[in-house]
Design a protein around this ligand. Structure first.
Ligand SMILES: [Zn+2]
Length: 113
């Protein structure tokens, strides 16, 4: 028996589809809004909604755009990372990883690349 996963359309946020594989998201044409859209794993979407309702204090949630928020939600929902881990590594997405003055924190959670 394979377990199906639910994916939700990010355009209308209403249509969901079920697939028998587990991935973070997929892109298909939504039969509801007819957009070729990204459908996110329902677990990711739930995490996203949870953060919308109570933003994590460790992150500058309100300043992220929706895509960035979903990336955060995706990483939290689909890995064992905690929000603290994420806050530590978020800096190097700005390309400022070179001037790691607080290298102590970073060394403790190496980013897999
Ligand atoms: Zn849709």
């Amino acid at each position: 028996m394979s377990r199906t996963r639910t994916y939700r359309c990010l355009n209308c946020l209403e249509h969901t589809i079920d697939r028998e594989f587990d991935t973070s998201h997929l892109s298909v044409t939504c039969p509801n809004c007819e957009a070729f859209e990204r459908f996110v794993n329902e677990a990711v979407y739930r995490q996203f909604r949870a953060f919308e309702e109570s933003p994590p204090p460790e992150l500058d949630w309100e300043r992220l755009d929706r895509t960035e928020k979903l990336v955060v939600a995706e990483r939290i929902a689909r890995s064992t990372k905690t929000i603290e881990d994420f806050a530590v590594v978020s800096g190097d997405e700005d390309g400022e990883g070179d001037e790691a003055e607080s290298a102590d924190d970073i060394a403790e959670s190496p980013t897999p690349k």
